[in-house]
Design a protein around this ligand. Structure first.
Ligand SMILES: Cc1cc2nc3c(=O)[nH]c(=O)nc-3n(C[C@H](O)[C@H](O)[C@H](O)COP(=O)(O)OP(=O)(O)OC[C@H]3O[C@@H](n4cnc5c(N)ncnc54)[C@H](O)[C@@H]3O)c2cc1C
Length: 384
C-alpha cells in the first residue's frame, strides 16, 4: 500500500531540506525524493557561510534573520558544528569606509561595529581574537558583524538530512529522479508516491521537471570557482573575511546610495576582478584549511572549463587581505546556482497542490529556512 504524504519535496538540497523541516514543524508528514544518492548540488559546494549582514534589504534580509535562528536551533540537535562566528570586511578604500559607516546607520547594521585603524590595538581586549592575522597594513578600517557563522556544508547537509529522518520523521528516498507529477501522483522510475502537496526544489536543474513552471522567469546559471587552501600551520581566521569588493557586490551594502562611489572606484581599479565577478570570501574549516572564493560567470548553461587565471586572482586578493605566506591549493571545485536580475528567490504556485521554490541569488544557505517558512505559511493559509 503506498503511503499518502501531506507534502512531498523534490530535491534534497538546503531548499528542499528547509521545506521538509518547516513542514514537519507544522505537523505535516513529509517525504523527500532526491535523484542522486546524496546531495551533490550547490548546497554542499558552498562556503557554508550563513550570512545576515549584506543580504538585500526587506524579504531576503528578513528571511536570513529567520534562517540563522533556525540554523542555531537545529545545529546542536543535529550534531552540526558551528566552525566560526562573525564576519570581518577589511576596508581598503575611503569609499568602502563610507559604505560601512552608512550601513551601521540602517536597521540591518544593528549590533555591527566599525573599527578604525587607531582602534586595532584594542581588538583583542574587546574579545576579538586573531584579527592580527588580517593584513591590516594598508587598511582604513574593519566592519564587524556578529550575525554570521559557518557550517561545513559537505558534512552539515547530510547531517541535517539524517536528523530530519530521525528526529522529525521525514522519509527520504535517495537515487530516485522525479520524472512527472500527475495530480497527487509523483512518478520516479523506481516508485510512485502519493502526496496531497508537492514542492519542487530543483536548485540549478531548471531544465528538468521544473522547466515548464520556471520558463517565464528570466533565469541564468551562475558558475563559481572555489578553492581549498592549506595555510601556514597555526593560522586562524578571526571569522569569515571579505573585502571592499564584497561591499560593492552584496546588495545589502551595494544598494546603499553611498556605494555608488565605491562601485565606480572598484570598476576602475579592479577591471580583471569585475570581468570575472570575483570578490573575496575566506572561511576556515576545523582542520585549519581555508575555503576561498569566488568568481561568477553567468550563462544559460553551466560554464564547464575552470580558469587558472581566476584562481590566481582569488589567491592574489587573499594574500593582500590575510597575513598568509603559505597558500597550497588542496582542492578545486565549481558550483552552480540560479541567478535572476530581478528576484532573490521565487515561489511559483503552479496549482493548489504544486509549487516550485528556488533561490535565485546565491544565498540559499543563508535564507532557505525563511523561504520555506514563507512558502508554507502562504500555502497552508490559501488552501485551508
Ligand atoms: C560555490 C557556491 C558558493 C556558495 N556560497 C554560499 C554561501 O556561502 N552562503 C549562502 O547562503 N549561499 C551560498 N551559495 C548559494 C547556495 O549554495 C544555494 O543558493 C543553495 O544551495 C541552493 O539550494 P537548492 O536546494 O535550491 O539547490 P541544490 O543544492 O542544487 O539542491 C537541489 C537538489 O534537487 C535535486 N533534484 C533536481 N531535480 C530533481 C528531480 N527531478 N528529482 C529528484 N531530485 C531532483 C538535485 O539533485 C539536487 O540535489 C553558494 C553557491 C555556490 C554554487
Amino acid at each position: 500500500m503506498t503511503q499518502m504524504y501531506d507534502l512531498l519535496v523534490v530535491g534534497a538540497g538546503i531548499v528542499g531540506l528547509a521545506h521538509a523541516y518547516e513542514a514537519s514543524k507544522r505537523g505535516l508528514k513529509v517525504a523527500v525524493v532526491e535523484k542522486d544518492a546524496q546531495c551533490v548540488g550547490a548546497s554542499i559546494r558552498n562556503f557554508g557561510f550563513v550570512t545576515v549582514s549584506g543580504q538585500s534589504a526587506k524579504d531576503t534580509w528578513r528571511r536570513a534573520v529567520y534562517a540563522s535562528e533556525q540554523w542555531a536551533l537545529i545545529a546542536p540537535q543535529a550534531g552540526i558544528d558551528i566552525i566560526h562566528r562573525g564576519s570581518w570586511v577589511v576596508c581598503q578604500r575611503p569609499e568602502a569606509v563610507c559604505v560601512a559607516q552608512a550601513f551601521l546607520k540602517t536597521t540591518m547594521g544593528r549590533d555591527c561595529q566599525f573599527f578604525s585603524k587607531d582602534q586595532y590595538p584594542e581588538l583583542p581586549a574587546l574579545g576579538h581574537a586573531n584579527t592580527d592575522n588580517l593584513n591590516l597594513g594598508s587598511s582604513l578600517g574593519l566592519l564587524y558583524s556578529p550575525h554570521e557563522f559557518r557550517v561545513e556544508s559537505r558534512e552539515a547537509i547530510p547531517q541535517l538530512a539524517a536528523w530530519l529522518a530521525s528526529a522529525c520523521d521525514v522519509d527520504f528516498f535517495w537515487g530516485m529522479e522525479v520524472l512527472s507529477i500527475d495530480g497527487m501522483r509523483v512518478n520516479t522510475p523506481a516508485q510512485q508516491f502519493l502526496a496531497q502537496r508537492v514542492v519542487i526544489c530543483p536548485g540549478a536543474a531548471i531544465h528538468g521537471i521544473a522547466k515548464p513552471y520556471l520558463s517565464h522567469h528570466d533565469l541564468k546559471l551562475c558558475t563559481l570557482q572555489m578553492l581549498r587552501i592549506r595555510p601556514d600551520a597555526q593560522f586562524v581566521l578571526p571569522g569569515s573575511v571579505m573585502t571592499d569588493n564584497s561591499l560593492a557586490r552584496y546588495l545589502g551594502w551595494s544598494e546603499l546610495p553611498e556605494a555608488v562611489a565605491l562601485k565606480q572606484v572598484i570598476r576602475n581599479e579592479m577591471p580583471e576582478y569585475i570581468a570575472e565577478g570575483i570578490h573575496l570570501i575566506a572561511v576556515q574549516s576545523a582542520d585549519g584549511s581555508l575555503v576561498v572564493g569566488d568568481s561568477h560567470r553567468y550563462g544559460r548553461s553551466e560554464q564547464v572549463f575552470s580558469s587558472e587565471h581566476i584562481d590566481r586572482l582569488i589567491i592574489q586578493l587573499l594574500q593582500q587581505t590575510l597575513r598568509i605566506t603559505r597558500c597550497d591549493i588542496v582542492e578545486r571545485w565549481s558550483g552552480v546556482y540560479l541567478s535572476s536580475d530581478v528576484e532573490d528567490a521565487i515561489i511559483e504556485a503552479v496549482s493548489p497542490t504544486l509549487r516550485v521554490a528556488v533561490v535565485s541569488s546565491g544565498t540559499g544557505a543563508s535564507t532557505a529556512f525563511g523561504l520555506a517558512s514563507d512558502n508554507l505559511d502562504d500555502w497552508l493559509r490559501s488552501t485551508t
